[in-house]
Design a protein around this ligand. Structure first.
Ligand code: NAD
Length: 439
């Protein structure tokens, strides 16, 4: 089977590499020449545990190749996956220009039956737009070539993407024809041998499933953040509350952690896009709107806590442990740290930061930010700090040498944005400790 993946980002590269790992002949395509040139040398553009090894291995086996041209890679191809970006438009709706550009290129260049699968997260109705765009190009050329469209939203988590793809909980596939279902069943068979199932449905339902899943997860996070903020006020401990409710099988224990708000490339934009889709259809998703509003405020919760401890922050030195929106990724899209960096910088603070992977990307995103020092490790960053803020729970921050941290710091304020530390231990050492919903 021959597959082309268009868009070699977090999703496309992981998808293509994992299909190749199962023996499929894969070409990953991207318009970014630098990305493709580096990949041809085995250099991955992203940090994702386990991915680099699989890329190199499958290139060596001749099953994985890279190209900048979709047109040159349609011949003999059975399935084309579109995994290009769908960033938010100015009004929050998903920008489909890349998805439709791919569709037009397919329409201009196919000469045989092909299955066109949208893997990007796209609003309901997009697969139909893809179909129309291909048909328009075929009509222009006077060609009558059979093709199918399908929707196959991706549920991988950055930082665990390879494992998520190789061992999926479920695979959602929206199809319109028997032929498309058979092709997808063949492609995904190796991933389902251990019992995980492919759920087939109509295309609009598959498109909606992705948004509903992300909105539900974002809702759990914002809900727990609000409960945590209330716990702070009333003297309850959110960790106990989480265990108490998570043990209810109707609720379940996952995604009930409070923190500094969700970020990343998916939840913020998908929540906004779902809200826009509803508005366009004359419906207001009140819960989804509130989820987003609560998250916007939560991203600055550590700044508010710091202001309550020290109203005049001018010239204070604030140390950050972690910058990426979650561990094991260098993705800084919508990371709460970006909001906190700007807030503390505007307040006249000196900011010292350390992240094992995401510092270069932070510099690229905030090149003009004043008073930021990028440090070499988790101890250097605490030198002379008036407060230490844990933003990302990278493993190397989980069991630090607190004595060393204490010696380095000027004032002993520790704000734990991920609730991973033992507050009692830290208080006994003289720290002012606050978590999110834990004191
Ligand atoms: P990304 O920005 O990392 O990668 C997108 C790639 O597409 C870029 O490399 C870009 O150069 C390329 N591209 C754009 N137009 C192109 C074209 N015409 N031809 C070829 N390449 C083109 O994006 P991503 O994070 O991989 O996300 C892709 C899609 O998958 C989005 O819709 C996203 O919402 C969805 N998704 C992402 C994740 C995630 O964790 N990142 C998870 C599930 C779903």
């Amino acid at each position: 089977m021959k597959v082309a993946i268009v868009g070699t980002g977090y999703v496309g590269l992981v998808t293509g590499t994992c299909f190749a790992e199962m023996g499929v002949d894969v070409t990953c395509i991207d318009v970014n020449k630098e990305k493709i040139n580096n990949l041809k040398k085995g250099i991955s553009p992203i940090y994702e545990p386990g991915l680099d090894e699989l890329i190199v291995k499958n290139m060596a086996k001749g099953r994985l190749s890279f190209s900048t041209s979709l047109a040159d890679n349609l011949e003999n191809t059975d399935i084309v996956f579109s995994a290009v970006g769908t960033p938010p438009d100015e009004d929050g709706s998903a920008d489909l220009q890349y998805v439709l550009e791919v569709a037009r290129t397919i329409g201009q260049n196919i000469n045989h039956y092909i299955l066109v699968v949208t893997k990007s997260t796209v609003p309901v109705g997009t697969a139909q737009k893809v179909k129309n765009a291909i048909n328009v190009e075929l009509e222009k050329l006077g060609k009558n070539i059979e093709f199918d469209i399908a929707s196959n939203p991706e549920f991988l988590k950055e930082g665990n993407a390879v494992k998520d793809f190789l061992f999926p909980d479920r695979i959602v596939v929206g199809i319109e024809s028997q032929k498309a279902q058979e092709l997808m069943a063949k492609l995904y068979k190796p991933f389902t041998l251990n019992g995980h199932n492919v759920i087939y449905m109509d295309v609009p339902s598959a498109e909606m499933t992705k948004y509903a899943a992300n909105a539900m997860l974002a809702t759990r996070i914002s809900f727990m953040n609000e409960i945590a903020n209330l716990c702070d006020k009333v003297g309850a401990n959110v960790s106990n509350v989480r265990k108490g409710i998570g043990s209810d099988t109707r609720i379940g224990s996952k995604f009930l952690y409070s923190g500094i708000g969700y970020g990343g490339s998916c939840f913020p934009k998908d929540v906004k896009a779902l809200f826009r889709t509803a508005e366009e259809n004359g419906i207001e998703l009140k819960v989804v709107k509130a989820v987003e509003q609560a998250n916007e405020e939560q991203k600055l919760i550590l700044y508010s806590k710091m202001k309550a401890i020290c109203p005049d922050l001018k010239n204070k030195t604030i140390a950050f442990w972690g910058l990426s929106f979650k561990p094991e990724t260098d993705d800084m899209r919508e990371a709460p740290s970006l909001y906190l960096l700007k807030a503390f910088s505007s307040a006249g603070c000196k900011i010292r930061v350390y992240d094992p992977i995401a510092m270069e990307e932070t510099k690229r995103r905030l090149p003009d930010l004043q008073n930021v020092t990028y440090c070499k490790d988790e101890y250097e960053v605490t030198q002379g700090a008036d407060a230490l803020l844990l933003l990302t729970e990278w493993k190397e921050f989980r069991l630090p040498d607190w004595k060393r941290v204490k010696e380095n710091m000027k004032e002993l304020v520790l704000l734990d944005g991920r609730n991973i530390y033992d507050g009692n231990e830290l208080k006994a050492m003289g720290f002012h400790y606050e978590g999110i919903g834990i004191r």
